[in-house]
Design a protein around this ligand. Structure first.
Ligand code: NAD
Length: 483
């Protein structure tokens, strides 16, 4: 019998779904069901939006110091249970426990703390006119906002959205991914303990086409902050357009890592380049899945890179020696294996990996894929164009800067890029010409919460992070007063 039965959080109370329907939640490491999550309906969304709508005016009028205190209290409660959260996140998503403990949960705590701190000095602008008038701009909360998050960094991205939304004075209805619902449910329970007023934070669990869509279509939900696939982002944009909703869309990527011949390829930098492709089984939107290498160093680089990739250990996510755990679901596992088959079919050579792995004993049913490197595919090949979102990296040689730039910018996506070069001028020049939202030079995944985060083209619309998130979750109103 599954031990865990999750609940919705609506109006400050943990509730079963109104229609008493439930979804199986799988442990990717074993393929077994370990929890049940509400398969909520539009009725649950309706109740959550009504509760949020009722709570919104008082929350907006609550002093920002008080809102910040509650967010800090919630951060304290999560931090005090870091091990429990990390274990649950790893069990739910298949990611290594060590990663959940070092990245996902600490970052969720930081998200809560950062926006708690950021809201207090957040103030309005004023502009004196020579005509004897002053303009001032109020930044007012929107009212009820919807936050929809994906499965790959469950609590990390859930808090990345709800923290600025709540800090700015909005009431929130949030929907975590139905594939990884557990840590958001635990956070919801702790929000009651932290003392958030009923209705300020509501969490409705369930599927995208039912819960997510009802949230997007609801007339009282003023804005949607969404992170997920480009396909779902397009559906949300279409549903939101006739309702003129504010939208922030953080979508997929096909990120290039570009290695120039002059790069410092120290052991540490090579490790980072490997990590940038395979961290979290490649299930990070910022992972570099196209590795562009200057032809003059291609053979040497490939040998050193492959030796490292072959040494990566795929195993039990709870085992500290596992570099990669399991892919998040059977469906995603089948998709990734299909992409590897496609790479072969379009003429790619699989240099390492390329197969699924069967672990012994109780983990035999888990969804494990060996870290895979392919080469020999044209930049236009499907493998080099479509997001795989798994442990698959494609090596692509290039001759000069112009060619590297054309390949790097030559997909529909524009989320992130990492550039490896010792030439400072090139770093600036190339960085400015990349059509992406985030560029790392001689590093990867260094994230400062004050910086704008988001992508161009099919990678999204709008920016989150720092003041960008606070701007998104508020409406500016200009008031002009004559004296
Ligand atoms: P997804 O689009 O399938 O689902 C994301 C969320 O949207 C889930 O909560 C899902 O239930 C919900 N949803 C699905 N259909 C919906 C609909 N019609 N209306 C409203 N909500 C709906 O994405 P996923 O598979 O969970 O996540 C992986 C994707 O997320 C990848 O493409 C990855 O690149 C992207 N991602 C992007 C970023 C970023 O910051 N740009 C970060 C992480 C993940």
């Amino acid at each position: 019998m599954p031990s865990l039965r999750l609940a919705n959080l609506i109006d400050g109370r943990l509730q079963a779904p109104r229609q008493d329907r439930w979804l199986d939640v799988f442990e990717p490491a074993s393929g077994e069901v370990f929890a049940h999550c509400p398969d909520s309906s539009a009725d649950d969304v309706e109740a959550a939006v009504a509760a949020a709508h009722a709570a919104a005016p008082a929350w907006a009028a609550t002093p920002s110091e008080q809102r910040a205190r509650l967010l800090q209290r919630l951060a304290d409660l999560v931090e005090a249970r870091l091990d429990a959260f990390a274990a649950l996140e790893s069990r739910d998503s298949g990611k290594p426990l060590s990663l959940a403990r070092s990245l996902d949960i600490p970052r969720a705590v930081s998200n809560l703390r950062y926006f708690a701190a950021a809201i207090v000095p957040w103030s309005s602008e004023s502009h004196a006119m020579e005509l004897g008038a002053i303009n001032y701009t109020l930044r007012q909360p929107l009212g009820v906002v919807g936050c929809i998050s994906p499965w790959n960094l469950p609590l990390y991205l859930f808090t990345w959205k709800i923290a600025p939304a709540l800090a700015a004075g909005n009431a929130v209805v949030a929907k975590p991914s139905e594939i990884t619902p557990c840590t958001a449910a635990l956070l919801g329970e702790l929000s009651i303990e932290a003392g958030f007023p009923p209705g300020v934070l509501n969490i409705v669990q369930g599927r995208g086409p039912s819960v997510g869509q009802a949230l997007v279509e609801h007339a009282q939900v003023k804005a949607i902050s969404f992170t997920g696939s480009t396909r779902t982002g397009a559906q949300i944009a279409a549903a939101a357009a006739p309702r003129f909703k504010k939208l922030s869309l953080e979508l997929g990527g096909k990120n290039p890592a570009i290695v120039f011949a002059d790069a410092d390829l120290s052991e540490a930098n090579l490790d980072t380049i490997v990590r940038s492709g395979f961290a979290n089984q490649g299930e990070i939107c910022l992972c570099g899945s196209r590795l562009l290498v200057q032809r003059s160093i291609y053979d040497d680089f490939r040998a050193r890179y492959l030796a490292r990739v072959r040494a990566l250990r795929v195993g039990d996510p709870r085992d500290a020696s596992s570099d990669l755990g399991a892919l998040v679901s059977r469906e995603h596992f089948e998709k990734v294996m299909g992409c590897i088959e496609q790479a072969r079919a379009e003429g790619g050579q699989v240099l390492c990996g390329g197969e699924s792995l069967a672990l012994p004993g109780p983990l035999a049913g888990g969804w494990y894929v060996a870290p895979t490197v392919v080469e020999g595919l044209a930049p236009e090949a499907a493998t080099n164009q479509h997001e795989i979102f798994g442990p698959v990296v494609s090596l692509i040689p290039f001759d000069d800067e112009d060619e590297a730039l054309a390949i790097a910018n030559g997909t529909g996506y524009g989320l992130a890029a990492s550039l490896w070069t010792a030439d400072l001028s090139r770093a600036h020049r190339f960085g400015a010409r990349l059509d992406v939202g985030i560029v790392w030079i001689n590093c990867w995944l260094l994230r400062d919460l004050r910086t704008p985060f988001g992508g161009t083209r099919q990678s999204g619309v709008g920016r989150e992070g720092g003041v960008e998130a606070l701007r998104f979750f508020t409406e500016p109103k200009n008031i002009c007063i004559r004296y």
